[in-house]
Write a protein that binds this ligand. Structure first.
Ligand SMILES: NC(=O)c1ccc[n+]([C@@H]2O[C@H](COP(=O)([O-])OP(=O)(O)OC[C@H]3O[C@@H](n4cnc5c(N)ncnc54)[C@H](OP(=O)(O)O)[C@@H]3O)[C@@H](O)[C@H]2O)c1
Length: 302
């Protein structure tokens, strides 16, 4: 994988974890802009649902700490969490404190509460759990009470406690409501499910995001285990090499990333051995329109 030298030098723990052959290479990862400001982020992040919900004092912390350190060492910055992910926010907060990597992270959380007061309380809890006074993005989780939460998020953005606001879903049945919200409000970011075998977001949501200048984070890009189950025991098609794809995770992520509206998929990544593979999807060539159709046909044919 190609690397960005400045990113590699960030964080001594992260650097120590890198094989020496990786330290010399550059340039770095594909980056994508957040249209509302023009700020760019590396085009693959980490999602923390389920796997980061561990006891903060347990042995389960070590692989997560290594994963985050390696991710940052290889130039990654975007990490997605939520108050609804059990202890994930607390675990991530501890890791960032221990590794001193907070300033290298584009930190994303969510609010899932009904009513302003409950929203406020949950957001303050996120700041405490994450051990930070600035969260880069807070999004309304699964479109729960945006009428109460978006004004609150805008106030926090005005006070510079957060930098971006957004909304998330992972259910096609919410796409109508998400579309209405994207038209009615000025969101910086949406997060939506999109995968090579689950392409409905590309019909209306992704084009609307492009037209409205909204950044798109993509959740569940592997359908959790669904896509891995589909290709189990199969070799990558030889034409995957035409877009520098070396593994099934890269096949799935490069498909998502090659949609022009997509800013950053956040695959759930809790094992250090996944980090280089997943970040590798944001390097080299991406599939063009014809190759994307070929990928869809291949997956649909399984
Ligand atoms: N409504 C919402 O806002 C919403 C909803 C859902 C998800 N999300 C966000 O999106 C993130 C991603 O979704 P997800 O974690 O549910 O599903 P996912 O990203 O589709 O799949 C994650 C699973 O894929 C496996 N995996 C990851 N990298 C791999 C690699 N290189 N090789 C082999 N297997 C690999 C891991 O399985 P093992 O751990 O079993 O090895 C991991 O748990 C979440 O973590 C969360 O941050 C948001």
């Amino acid at each position: 994988m190609m690397l960005h030298r400045r990113a590699v030098l960030a964080g001594s723990l992260a650097t120590a974890l890198l094989p020496s052959r990786l330290l010399a290479e550059e340039p770095g990862l594909i980056r994508r802009p957040i249209p509302s400001t023009g700020e760019t982020v590396p085009a693959i992040g980490i999602g923390t649902s389920r796997r980061y919900d561990v006891a903060p004092d347990s042995d389960a912390m070590a692989p997560l700490r290594e994963t985050v350190a390696k991710f940052v060492g290889l130039g990654g910055t975007v990490i997605d969490t939520a108050p609804d992910y059990g202890r994930a926010e607390e675990v991530l907060g501890r890791i960032l404190a221990e590794t001193k990597l907070r300033d290298k992270i584009f930190l994303c959380s969510k609010v899932a509460a009904k009513g302003r007061e409950a929203g406020q309380a949950q957001i303050e809890q996120s700041f405490r759990r994450l051990g930070t006074d600035r969260i880069d993005l807070i999004a309304v989780h699964n479109l729960i009470d945006p009428e109460a939460q978006l004004p609150l998020l805008r106030e926090l953005r005005d006070k510079k406690r957060i930098r971006y606001i957004g909304a998330t879903t992972w259910a096609e049945k919410q796409y109508g409501d998400l579309e209405a919200l994207m038209r009615a409000e000025k969101l910086d970011v949406i997060q939506v499910n999109y995968a090579v075998d689950a392409r409905q977001a590309a019909e209306r949501i992704l084009p609307l995001a492009r037209d409205r200048g909204i950044a798109v984070m993509v959740n569940v890009p592997f359908g959790r285990e669904r896509l891995f189950t589909l290709v189990r025991g199969r070799e990558l098609p030889p034409w995957a090499a035409e877009f520098d794809c070396r593994s099934w995770p890269q096949f799935f992520l490069k498909y998502v990333l090659s949609h022009e509206a997509v800013t950053c998929p956040v695959p759930g990544t809790a094992q250090v051995r996944y980090v280089e593979d997943n970040l590798g999807a944001a390097s080299g060539r991406l599939p063009d329109a014809g190759q994307r159709r070929k990928m869809e046909e291949f997956i649909d044919g399984l």
